[in-house]
Design a protein around this ligand. Structure first.
Ligand code: MG
Length: 429
């Protein structure tokens, strides 16, 4: 048995993902400080060039521009980033089928039992993964390989960006000695404060504590992290993607806040259409729809209503959304965001279609939705949309709304550049 045989957990983390995707798409942005989050006025992601200047996530845009006036500021493009995310995970699955998609730009994988792969040094495996991502996607990622998820996550952070660290059992103490305990995955600010108060400064100090004191101080979650740091596997990879959902929601904050009734309603409709498309994608039906309008002073007005039947059809939900909107909207009051949620979800296959719900008009609605979903998948979200969404054009133009110039990409992300004409269905409300 070699020293690598239990060192099988890999963690991959894309470097400055949202900003990195923009740089991958637009050669002119490479090597430049780039941030995303233009739509909210707060930085959501920063490229490493921006981070080097001290421009970090959470900073206000005007503060960032004061540091570097030429900063490239872009809106967050979740649609494109989720396509990139899928590509990243598909590359990882070429190495092993045991992959946990942890977030949009992070995943864990277990290399155990990957035969030939494990004959090649782990350093080489990590290099191959990084090379594939760089060549195929134009992105850099950082990779950690170690004995447990907690250690692998520590390793991927160790040499960032574009780095890799393989940590075998014999080198554990060296790594843990140079890691402040607060940097350990799962040790939050409150646990850090408790540990610091007891003189525990590094991850190594933490592993030297007695198990009983760890349990007493940090309870089971802290105890599990303590075990993982010693190379004892506790956290399993969650390989099965989520199949059951209790609710789904879509929200959007717009700037500047608006009291324009038509504009705010079209924002709510856009969220409803996106939430229902997601519901259909995951093959669920909803029992309830809810709406939340957040006002300029951050207070929220919320209401919900039961749908006439279990449904995933826009035309059945839209009249209810209009009614809820009528109850909540206060003329003259600025709204800053709308959020629509669908509740009481049931997987489609659990639903017995009965004589009363499976009517020809409802079947037509199903065909209509499927046709719209296919077009939107092909040409980009919103290529076919409710007529009510035309009112989104009432929004005053704001420099924050500028879409980045890009070369054509996969069809679903190229719509904005290709300027495919907008087709609309009749307004259902
Ligand atoms: Mg990342």
């Amino acid at each position: 048995m070699n020293s690598s045989s239990d060192c099988t957990i890999l963690h991959v983390d894309a470097d400055g993902f949202f900003a990195g995707v923009e740089q991958a798409l637009t050669p002119a942005l490479r090597g430049r400080p780039v941030v995303t989050g233009a739509e909210r006025g707060i930085i959501a992601a920063a490229s490493y060039e921006a981070k080097d200047l001290g421009i970090k996530r959470g900073l206000q845009l005007h503060e960032a521009r004061a540091i570097y006036p030429d900063l490239a500021v872009l809106p967050s493009d979740y649609e494109t980033c989720s396509l990139y995310s899928r590509h990243l995970f598909s590359i990882l699955r070429r190495f092993t089928p045991h992959v946990e998609e942890y977030s949009i730009d992070e995943a864990f994988a277990d290399l155990h039992g990957c035969g030939k792969l494990m004959d090649c040094p782990l350093e080489r495996v990590a290099e191959k993964l990084r090379d594939a991502v760089r060549t195929e996607m134009g992105l850099t990622v950082s990779v950690g390989v170690s004995l447990t998820k907690t250690l692998a996550k520590l390793c991927s952070k160790f040499r960032k960006p574009d780095g890799q660290t393989v940590l075998r059992r014999e080198h554990l103490p060296v790594m843990l000695r140079r890691t402040p305990v607060g940097k350990v995955w799962g040790i939050g600010p409150s646990a850090t404060a408790k540990l610091t108060a007891r003189g525990v400064k590094t991850a190594h100090d933490f592993t030297l504590m007695e198990s009983a004191s760890v349990l007493k101080l940090l309870h089971k979650p802290g105890y599990e992290t303590w075990l993982e740091l010693q190379g004892r596997k506790v956290f399993k990879l969650e390989l099965v993607p989520k199949t059951g959902y209790a609710s789904m929601m879509k929200g959007h904050t717009f700037a500047p806040p608006s009291a324009d009734r038509h504009l705010v309603f079209s924002e709510a409709m856009k969220n409803m259409a996106a939430a229902l498309a997601k519901l259909r994608r995951h093959r669920h039906l909803a029992r309830e729809i809810g709406l939340c309008l957040r006002l300029r002073d951050y207070s929220a007005r919320v209401a919900a209503a039961a749908l006439p039947a279990l449904t995933a059809h826009d035309r059945e939900a839209a009249p209810l959304l209009r009614r809820l909107f009528g109850e909540l909207f206060l003329p003259g009051c600025d709204c800053r965001s709308t959020l629509v949620w669908l509740g009481g979800l049931v997987p489609e296959q659990n639903m017995q279609m009965d004589l009363f719900t499976d009517t020809p008009p409802r079947r037509l609605l199903g065909r209509l939705d499927r046709a719209v979903d296919r077009l939107n998948l092909r040409y980009g979200q919103g290529a076919v949309a409710h007529a009510a969404l035309l009112d989104l054009q009432r929004k005053p133009r704001h420099p924050r709304d500028a879409a980045p110039e890009r070369l054509a990409l996969a069809p679903a992300t190229a719509r904005r550049r290709l300027a495919i004409p907008r087709m609309t269905l009749s307004n259902p409300v």
